[in-house]
Design a protein around this ligand. Structure first.
Ligand SMILES: Nc1ncnc2c1ncn2[C@@H]1O[C@H](COP(=O)(O)OP(=O)(O)O)[C@@H](O)[C@H]1O
Ligand SMILES: O=C(CO)[C@@H](O)[C@@H](O)COP(=O)(O)O
Length: 566
């Protein structure tokens, strides 16, 4: 009997499900669902960097996408043997003692603090700083050791601490907190005991400072010093964590009925999108997988022997089994990548929305059509024009930190900058400067891995930008001075989740073997152009000078603020 699996990938704006043939990884059907409330901008405050998502958006998407891929495939339910879910992270949400999302409890339906705190929410900068200071000074274990030495406001404890302080009602009503990937896996599973439910090693290790060497999560004493509510929460979280080749449970009756599947379907331990993306792109040692979309995640795997006792500084952690069981998974990334270009597009679209939309000489229908066409074609046109700018033309120097800096050395307070503007600079010059900036940000990550002894022989690009922009990929190959191949699959993270599902179902003995058989093919290769590599090396020095200047001044400003407050 042929066997099939389902991989689900919860991204920033939408969830997609793919139904995959386990023999060769081919996609039988797929389905996408956009988060409705999120699309309407509900529960967010971008100017305060507050990004929350209502769990109903995710639950509606879960039912729609799974039932659609099952129905449209026509494959009998008994042959669909396993499901695995990946999500963004760290994206935690408060839950009640039976694992219900707090935002589904009467009285909390409209409260953003009771919702899922999306990875890119930066409301917890102060709390992250507090965690860093305590970890370095309290005299006990430095729990940030395997998190690159710096805890980020994008992560689990900082977010919970922030919300617990900002909203006493949520603090008191929340029995526990779950990462998004664990919550959704729990929702599907028949295993309904929160205390023993198998939590993701990937999420716990990279974002919650879980490490075997200190007995799991940070000690109660450490957490109590941050806030007694965190100390109390520790005992209501978990002690063990599990890799995504393990079974978390079986599909429960409610969700079997909703999706058209059977209660024999395995529910695999959940994981993060970037890590499953790496598996979907056939990750192996000394290969850097770059998931290039809104943000980037840079994923590598290394054996314990190769890593030795090194703790790679300034990255988002090194975790045993977070990508492939038995290997150390390393994660780095940029808080904004495609988002830098999306930001610039929004700036350019301002007069369209604010001026053109209010002129009376054009009909409403024409206005909407024009705005939609511009919105859809702007980045493409800017790319075409930026490509034509000769290397000898001077372009501005820009930084990529519009959403802070994730790595190397997390600092979400940093802001971007553009320098060397003159009257001759046109929109495509600035676009080109921003493309250079995101590629230089990537080079800083590659350099950090190599400085710390993690050798990179190969770069694989996956995600929207890797597939949509040959211009960015060629610039990146020139900046890194390395060839880059691009995975052909549109749904590499979902495919990676399907790989995990196939292993938990016993179809393959290891994630490595399944990844090589089921992982994506490659569609394009970008070679560095020798004559351009030197040019980008020189530009990179200007990027570095601007980066040093901005970082120095940000620190100076913060020190002054601290002095004034003390
Ligand atoms: N032609 C393009 N060139 C460069 N960037 C693009 C292009 N089209 C879209 N983008 C960027 O891709 C990002 C979305 O990437 P995608 O991988 O589709 O989404 P996500 O990161 O949410 O999974 C957006 O930030 C957008 O600015
Ligand atoms: O940070 C992680 C994983 O650790 C990602 O979930 C986060 O960057 C979001 O990724 P996307 O931009 O949705 O691809």
């Amino acid at each position: 009997m042929k066997k099939y699996v389902i991989g689900l990938d919860y991204g920033t704006d939408s969830v997609r499900a793919v139904l995959i043939d386990t023999e060769n990884g081919s996609e039988i059907t797929s389905s996408v669902s956009y988060y409705q409330r999120w699309k309407e901008g509900k529960f967010c405050n971008p100017s305060a960097n507050s990004f929350r998502q209502h769990p109903s958006d995710h639950i509606e998407g879960l039912e729609k996408t799974i039932s659609e891929v099952v129905r449209e495939s026509g494959i009998p339910a008994e042959q669909i043997v396993s499901i695995c879910i990946d999500t963004t992270g760290s994206s935690p949400l408060p839950v009640t003692s039976d694992g219900t999302a707090l935002a589904l409890v009467p009285g909390f339906e409209e409260n953003p603090n009771a919702m899922m705190v999306l990875w890119k929410d930066h409301t917890a900068i102060r709390e992250a700083e507090e965690i860093n200071t305590l970890a370095r000074t309290w005299g006990g274990e430095d729990y940030t050791k395997y998190e690159g030495g710096i805890y980020s406001s994008e992560w689990f404890w900082a977010k919970i601490l922030h919300i617990s302080r900002a909203d006493a009602e949520v603090k008191n009503a929340a029995y526990s907190w779950m990462e998004h990937c664990d919550y959704l896996t729990f929702l599907l599973s028949d295993h309904k005991d929160l205390a023993t439910f198998k939590r993701s090693r990937c999420a716990a290790g990279h974002k919650a400072m879980w490490h075997e060497s200190w007995g799991g999560l940070p000690s109660e004493e450490f957490l109590n010093r941050l806030d007694p509510s965190l100390g109390a929460l520790r005992g209501r979280l978990y002690t063990e964590t599990y890799t995504s080749d393990e079974i978390a449970g079986y599909l429960n009756e409610e969700w079997a009925a909703k999706t058209g599947l059977t209660t024999k379907t395995i529910i695999t331990v959940g994981t993060f999108d970037a890590h499953s993306g790496a598996v979907g792109a056939k990750v192996e040692e000394n290969t850097l997988i770059r998931i290039m979309g809104t943000s980037t995640c840079d994923i590598m795997v290394a054996s314990q022997e190769a890593i030795g006792s090194t703790t790679v500084k300034g990255i988002c952690g090194q975790v045993d089994g977070s990508v492939i069981p038995g290997l150390i998974g390393l994660e780095a990334g940029q808080s904004a990548f495609g988002d830098v270009l999306a930001w610039y597009k929004d700036i350019l679209m301002w007069p369209v929305h604010q001026v053109m939309m209010h002129t009376e000489s054009i009909s409403e229908e024409q206005k909407t059509k024009l705005a939609e066409e511009m919105e859809a074609g702007l980045i493409r046109k800017l790319t075409l024009e930026a490509e034509k700018i000769p290397l000898s033309d001077s372009v501005p120097v820009a930084l990529d930190w519009v959403n802070g800096r994730r790595t190397p050395d997390a600092d979400q307070e940093l802001k971007a900058a553009i320098s060397q503007l003159s009257l001759g600079i046109k929109a495509p010059h600035i676009f080109k400067a921003l493309v250079n900036a995101i590629c230089f940000g990537a080079k800083k990550i590659v350099d950090r891995f190599e400085e710390e002894g993690v050798k990179i022989n190969k770069v694989i690009g996956i995600g929207g930008v890797a597939r949509k922009s040959p211009f960015i990929m060629q610039t990146l190959a020139n900046v890194l001075d390395m060839p880059i191949v691009v995975a052909a699959s549109d749904q590499t993270p979902a495919l990676g989740a399907a790989v995990y599902a196939a292993v938990s179902a016993g179809i393959y003995p290891t994630v490595q073997e399944a990844s090589m058989k089921m992982g994506s093919a490659f569609e394009a290769e970008y070679q560095p152009k020798a004559e351009e590599v030197q040019h980008y090396r020189e530009l990179m020095q200007q990027y570095q000078k601007l980066a040093d200047f901005v970082e120095y001044n940000t620190k100076l400003k913060n020190n002054r603020k601290e002095l004034q407050n003390s």
